[in-house]
Design a protein around this ligand. Sequence first.
Ligand code: AMP
Length: 216
Amino acid sequence: MYFIFLGPPGAGKGTQAKILSKEIKIPHLSTGEILRTITETNNDTGKFLKDVMAKGLLVSDDLITKVVEERILLEDCKNGFILDGFPRTIIQANNLEKILKKNNIKIKSVIQINVDDEILIKRITGRQVCKKCNKIYNKYFDPFPEDGCYECGKKDIMTRSDDEEDAFKNVRLKKYNQETMPLIEYYQKKNQLYTIDGSSSADKIAEKILKFIKSI
Ligand code: AMP
């Protein structure tokens, strides 16, 4: 089964995609995580990406499409995947259509997670990410445990420079509204969109998503 998660930064796409991935045993492909791994290699591409991402800007449609195409054609995606963070523009959505068609892949559903801006800002500026397994915590709602990550036990966390309030409000949220919001209509027209309220707890949202998936 092939899914796309859509929603503003901080809506909980990553958290929900991880839960779903474990439940239905298909890989979670977060383009943000894939790109952050590339930035750790200290070559020119890594440095360039680090700079673009720290500013909260989007990397080019061509580059991200290539990264996604390579990833979804790997063996572990043959029974499905959950795309999180891609597509983010209409051009990316059209590119994805072509890749899917060429490989005879049909998207089962595009799951849009809706959250108000004020909640998003708290979620984003409080975000803490486990350095080892990428489990997401929040210093306001669900702080990183003092004796280590619940998932992997590691004690190191990272915060993201693109999570700072200014970069978030003035760049990422604006970019989302301008470039990614049009995808809602795009997938609505294709009858693929399922919208869910993302303001309740992660467990409750996950429950609703799973119920929906079992019903389709
Ligand atoms: P995320 O973890 O999804 O918030 O992504 C972090 C950053 O990675 C974004 O702010 C962009 O700089 C970059 N990025 C991730 N996915 C994409 C995409 N589909 N198109 C362009 N840039 C992306």
